[in-house]
Every structure is written in C-alpha cells, then in structure tokens.
Design a binder for this molecule. Structure first.
Ligand SMILES: Cc1cc2nc3c(=O)[nH]c(=O)nc-3n(C[C@H](O)[C@H](O)[C@H](O)COP(=O)(O)OP(=O)(O)OC[C@H]3O[C@@H](n4cnc5c(N)ncnc54)[C@H](O)[C@@H]3O)c2cc1C
Length: 431
C-alpha cells in the first residue's frame, strides 16, 4: 500500500487535517491510521465541549492557540449550520474573587481585542451587574463573553471524516502504529491490527462508556508513504521519540474529571461560570460550572495527575510513566513544592466529592453536594515538560525530513483544529 501522506491518529486534529489536505491539495493519496474503531474516541470527545473564544489566551505565549481559536470560530459556526450539528451559544462568565483577579480580567479584555475578537463580545461587569444576570454567582466582578459556545466535538469530527472520505481519504481503523522507519524516499509505517472487545458492564457506568482496552487481532502489517504527520494526541510524544525527535521533552498526564449536577443546583446559572486561573504556570484550574450542548450541567474538569494517556480510572502505569526518558525534566518539576501541593489538592478532589464541590462553592455558594449525582466523562491531557522542568504553554511542531510531529496539542485545541490543520496543510504543500 503506497500513499502520499499518512496521518497517525483520528482525533479532531488528524481528521481536520485529512479534511483540509483533501480540500486544498486534491489528488493526494491520504490515509488516516487510527487504533480505535472510529474517530474521536479519546480526548476529542472527552472534553468540556466549549468553542473557546480567545479572550483568556496570552497573544504572545499562546499566540498560535489564540490565532487558531479565533480563525476557527466562523468555520465551526458555518459548519454546524450546514451539517445541522448542535450549536448552543451559552456564553461564559469568568468571575474574579479578589483585586488581583480583577486586574487579570482587565488584561483579558485587552487580549480579546489583540486576538481579534469584537469589542461587544467581551464586557467587564461589576459585582452588582453580575448579580443582575447571574444572581447565584458570588464575585468581586467578572468578565462576560457572550460568544463562548457549547458543541459536541465528537460529532464535528465524525462529520469532518465523512467529508474527507467523500474526497477520497482512506481511514484504517483498529490499527495501532508500532514502528516507523524513515528512508530517503519515504516512511514505512508498521501497525498491528487490534480488536475492540465488547464493553464490560462495569465500564458502562456513568453517562459515557469507558474505552475498553484493545486486544491484538493479527500480526504486523505495513504501508509506505512519502510523508507522515503524527497527530496521536497523548501518544504523540512516544511516537516522536520512536523516530528520535523531540527527545528534549518529557510529558505528564492530567485527568480532567467532571461531576453531573441535577436538581436545584443545575439551575444556579444560565451560562458557564469559570473562575480566574491562579496558577498559570501549571495545568491546574479550579473546576467550572459548565452548561453542556444538550443542556446538562456538570462541574469540572479537575486536573488529576495520572500515569498514562488513557487512564480514565485509577492511576495508570506509575512505574512505566515515571521511568520514561528523559527523566531529568520530570525530576526537576517534582522538586517544585508548589506543583506537589497542587497535585495533592487535585487528588483530594478526585477522592472526595465534597472537596471538588467546595472549589466551585467559592463562586457558586448554593451548589449542593447532594445534587452532584454521578461522575461524568473523564478526559486526559498530556502536557509537555521542558528541560528546566517547566510546562510548555504552546503547541510544538517537531520535524524530520519525512515526518511532522504535533505535540502538546491541548486546550483549546478542539476549537482551533480547522485553522491549525489549514496551517499544517500550507506547510506540507510547500515541502
Ligand atoms: C478535560 C479536557 C477538557 C477540554 N476541554 C476543551 C474545550 O472545552 N474546548 C477545546 O477547544 N478544547 C478542549 N480540550 C482540548 C481538546 O480536547 C484537545 O486539544 C483535542 O481533543 C486534541 O485532539 P487530538 O486529535 O490532538 O487528540 P486525540 O483526540 O487524543 O486523538 C488522538 C488519536 O490518536 C490515536 N492514536 C494514538 N496512538 C496511536 C497509534 N500508535 N496508532 C494509531 N492511532 C493512535 C488515538 O486513539 C486518538 O484517537 C480539553 C481537553 C481535556 C483533556
């Protein structure tokens, strides 16, 4: 089997890339290799489901994420209308609890304009103005973004797949890439056929079936392509390391957990309510009050340190993750007492519903523990750590002559996927 471009990973990014490549470079033979039985089975369906407007993104340190979120907004809006996909413009209230946070909201207003948002999309509100629109929210002031929108990124990804397939892209499902050999005239991709066993009943609890562990179905098979793009999400760094690139980076996984809210507590606010992040050097936010696209309310996500990209329950493979190379990056991070303190706080929220709810009660004091009835979806992010033991704020692209690796593609990556995939398409078309 010979192709022009192979994309590893059928999450929202790999699928959006297949969509953009087939649209802008017609005639290329493109294949997406995905280990699950369909697209968007991992992070791309296991997220907060918000089309984030880029008011909170620093245009310097998170410039790419900000630009792509801004450029993708109109694409998604038009695409949802054309495909009949749900689009619920709920809006977000970002609440400040003290003077320092109020100052940060002023910065957000300036960033929103620098990132290309309209002046009327983002408004700073006094505490009294907040009480008029969200009487249950407690704060010293807030920022209201009217255009943050609840969507179903899984449904978006499935629609992009259909369009890409219509233009001739091939999707190979149930195939896990195991080995890649780069040669002068192409890349050989070796993959193992897998089978998804029926989901055992203990994994079906909650509102979202867990992804069961895959089983090997056959021996190794292979394909050859002229160029490979690694969009494997949580496994992207491992694949890059297999090819000897991005060796300066390590990664750690953080599980975002949600609680489903019902009863009176599900009527506390009409829109999403977020608090201003306090630890911007780390991937930790206090959980938010989130209105999903179907109207359900959840609080979350937390950011519980786990040891594996697919550790949707438990802790994952501690030894395997901690001994991955390079060790020095993680060791430097683990010497940071603030990081360890925040990890402890996240684990407390994972183990105790009361602790999780208490974090949201700081700005929604009437939220009741009894109304948080069940665990919602959990999603895992892989955050890149550099040699100094610091988290990398931006998406990272690593290259070899015949491959491109997309690393650290975290939030708001689902929002920005169409524009970022268009960037990658331009880059690939120049090769
Ligand atoms: C808790 C949480 C909340 C979030 N909320 C939001 C939000 O509200 N808005 C937003 O814009 N973003 C949000 N994000 C971020 C967003 O979900 C991600 O940026 C995005 O989904 C990443 O997409 P992806 O395609 O890179 O990765 P993935 O969706 O993980 O896709 C990667 C794919 O590669 C496949 N794969 C891996 N290894 C192999 C292999 N060896 N062979 C073949 N296939 C392989 C996997 O099976 C997977 O399907 C959130 C993330 C988390 C964790």
């Amino acid at each position: 089997m010979e192709y022009d471009i192979v994309i590893v990973g059928g999450g929202i990014l790999g699928t959006a890339l297949a969509y953009q490549l087939s649209k802008h470079i017609p005639g290329e033979r493109i294949v997406v290799v995905e280990k699950e039985e369909g697209v968007a089975r991992h992070t791309s369906s296991r997220n907060t489901g918000v089309i984030h407007r880029p008011f909170y993104l620093d245009p310097i340190s998170k410039g790419k994420f900000a630009r792509c979120a801004q450029e993708s907004y109109e694409f998604w809006k038009e695409y949802a209308a054309r495909k009949g996909l749900p689009w619920r413009e709920v809006g977000t209230l970002e609440v400040a609890l003290d003077e320092a946070q109020l100052a940060r909201l002023k910065k957000y207003k300036a960033w929103s304009l620098q990132n290309g948002m309209g002046d009327s999309e983002v408004r700073l509100l006094s505490a009294e103005e907040v009480r008029e629109i969200e009487p249950s929210a407690w704060c010293a002031g807030a920022l209201l973004c009217t255009t943050d929108t609840a969507v179903d990124f899984g449904a978006f990804t499935r629609a992009l797949r259909d369009d890409a397939e219509e233009r001739g892209v091939k999707f190979l499902f149930g195939c896990e890439v195991k080995k890649i050999v780069e040669k002068k005239d192409g890349v050989d991709i070796l993959y193992q056929r897998l089978i998804t066993p029926p989901t055992p009943s203990y994994l079906k609890r909650g509102n979202f079936a867990e992804v069961p562990p895959l089983r090997v179905r056959g021996g190794e098979e292979g394909l050859r392509a002229h160029y490979m793009v690694n969009c494997a999400g949580g496994a992207a760094l491992k694949i890059a390391h297999l090819m000897g690139v991005a060796r300066e980076f390590a990664d750690l996984n953080f599980r975002g957990e949600y609680l489903i809210v019902e009863g009176e507590s599900a009527r506390l606010a009409l829109r999403n309510v977020y608090s201003v992040p306090r630890h911007t050097d780390f991937p930790f936010l206090d959980p938010h009050y989130v209105v999903r696209v179907d109207g359900r309310v959840e609080i979350g996500p937390s950011a519980v340190p786990v040891f594996g990209s697919y550790a949707y329950r438990g802790v994952g493979n501690v030894l395997g993750k901690l001994t991955e190379k390079p060790l020095a990056n993680k060791l430097r991070l683990l010497r940071n007492p603030e990081f360890l303190r925040l990890c402890g706080k996240e684990w407390r929220s994972a183990l105790s519903k009361d602790a999780m709810v208490a974090r949201v009660q700081k700005f929604l004091p009437d939220l009741r523990v009894a109304d948080c009835v069940a665990r919602g979806t959990a999603g895992v992010r892989a955050s890149l750590i550099d040699r100094n033991g610091r988290f990398v704020p931006e998406v990272v692209e690593a290259q070899t002559p015949r491959s491109l690796h997309i690393l650290n593609y975290n939030s708001p990556g689902a929002t920005g996927a169409p524009a970022y995939a268009a960037d990658l398409t331009r880059l690939i078309s120049k090769l």
